[in-house]
Design a protein around this ligand. Structure first.
Ligand code: TYD
Ligand code: MG
Length: 465
């Protein structure tokens, strides 16, 4: 007798249970459980592995496994190639995630222009674009706007993944684009498309096809309002690369960040600008980030390291007396708990009383900072706002702030200062460095102030001529 299997799945993190729960024990979200009828299993049907790992199930010695050099296809978009570690690896599965409207479809469509021009084994590469979200006409309109018309780009509006496989068999593409994974469905899963079970099964099927037929695949995935890819744990471990398209969709700048890469480094980032005719690469992001850097109080500039590149960011702070019983702390573009920690250090080690003050901090330019070298710049921006004394806009501030008020060393000081000097910075406040590093950075012709403690940094930062 056929038996219907159902389970309750958290739509935020993919946690499964047999019965409804109000709060997910994994991600602590409320009301995220949805019942999903997964499959109709016939009695005595043998269980099949959901992922085909090895077709023959052979055992081999590691020494005997031959390594064939992986072919990489360059997309011709340098910022994307860098994030991918030199282009798409043949037969790999990449997940491109981001908020709706950020520009994912635009980016993949732009890559098709160059990919369709690549010849492999004397034939132009063929791309099958599954436009499950939009109609082929809409994609054509976008292509017209981007001024591209790749000859070997095939569009399909099929949303059933099993049918897509038949189309793959007839067209035999080298590239497959699925836009988006939330809009395709697998016929033998009863739950609606976009649910965790569907996403998991569709990705499974796509991965099997990619590996078996050596098709380089890009899957587009929307993120939830919490910033997670729907069913993130499920998807992230299945694919070879995960790249995130971040930024504010109401602003022009976008940042592409690699968060998983089985074939390269994960710390690389790419910067784009959304224009009327598509995404334009930004080759010198620091210049763009500092376009409006002024001498006003509450602003400090830091040099951070993102992958192999240096970014200069302006950190802004606004401190003012509060109208609330609990003063407000707002952090945009940097870590909220880090802000609280820095405020605590300033209260204890500098003797400030911030209990009646609201504190707002923001990274101008709209790109989030992840590494901790911004601590000192943030602390000085806050002090600058409180005292209403500006920090000169030709001063670069680098350093991590410890809980004891000490300024800690950060890597690659020399490279950070070089970039700052190129952009016209003449003064640097940095942690104590070794004599070897000092002899190198002193050649840059900048006024360098090494500081050990937050109190020294404040004196140097707010010093006027
Ligand atoms: P889109 O790629 O459709 O986003 P996603 O696939 O991530 O949902 O792009 C969405 C936005 O980009 C849309 O608001 C229009 C804007 N856009 C431009 O500004 N210029 C362009 O050339 C294109 C194609 C889109
Ligand atoms: Mg889209």
């Amino acid at each position: 007798m056929a038996k219907i299997k159902s389970k309750w799945v958290c739509q935020n993190c993919g946690y499964e249970t047999a019965a409804y729960l109000g709060r997910c024990p994994e991600c602590n979200q409320f009301g995220t459980f949805v019942e999903e009828v997964t499959s109709v299993v016939k009695k005595n049907e043998s269980a099949k592995p959901s992922v085909l790992i090895s077709e023959g199930g052979q055992i081999s010695k590691i020494k005997e496994i031959k390594l064939d050099e992986k072919t990489r296809f360059k997309t011709g978009i340098e910022e994307l190639d860098r994030v991918l570690g030199g282009g798409f690896v043949q037969g790999s599965l990449t997940l491109l995630a981001g908020d709706p409207g950020i520009g994912k479809s635009t980016l993949v469509l732009q890559t098709t222009k160059n990919i369709c021009n690549i010849s492999f084994n004397d034939e132009k590469l063929k791309i099958l674009y599954v436009c499950a979200e939009e109609s082929p006409t809409q994609v054509k309109l976008r292509a017209k706007r981007l001024n591209i018309e790749p000859e070997t780009l095939y569009l399909t509006n099929e949303t059933c993944i099993d049918e897509v496989i038949n189309q793959i068999d007839s067209i035999k593409p080298d590239f497959l684009i699925v836009d988006s994974i939330q809009s395709v469905y697998c016929a033998n899963i009863a739950s609606s498309s976009g649910s965790v079970s569907q996403i998991r099964e569709c990705t499974n099927v796509i991965m099997r096809i990619a590996k078996q037929k050596n098709i380089t695949t890009v899957v587009i995935g929307h993120v939830t309002k919490e910033g997670n890819i729907a069913g993130p744990k499920v998807l992230e471990h299945m694919v070879d690369c995960v790249i995130n398209f971040e930024g504010d969709k109401y602003k022009q700048y976008r940042i592409l960040r690699c968060i998983k890469n089985r074939f390269g480094a994960i710390s690389e980032v790419g910067v784009f600008k959304m224009e009327d005719d598509g995404l334009i690469e930004v080759n010198s992001p620091s210049q763009m980030l500092l376009e409006q850097n002024t001498d006003a109080s509450g602003s400090a500039v830091v040099a951070t390291l993102e992958g192999s590149r240096i970014f200069l960011h302006e950190i802004q702070a606004l401190v003012g007396s509060t109208n609330y019983t609990n003063p407000r702390r707002v952090a945009v573009g940097l870590d909220y708990s880090r802000l609280l920690q820095i405020l605590a250090v300033l209260e204890k080690k500098v003797g400030l009383n911030l209990s009646k003050q609201d504190v707002y901090v923001n990274v101008a330019g709209g790109i989030d900072i992840i590494e901790p070298s911004y601590d000192l710049a943030l602390a000085l921006a806050i002090i600058s706002s409180i005292r209403d004394i500006p920090i000169k806009n030709t001063t670069i501030i680098i350093g991590e702030l410890g809980l004891l008020g000490e300024i800690r060393y950060v890597d690659n000081i020399e490279r950070r200062l070089k970039e700052a000097q190129k952009l016209g910075f003449t003064r640097a406040i940095i942690p104590k460095v070794s004599d070897k590093i000092y002899s190198k950075i002193s050649k840059l012709g900048m006024e360098i102030k090494q500081v050990n403690k937050i109190t020294e940094a404040i004196i140097q930062g707010l010093k006027q001529d």
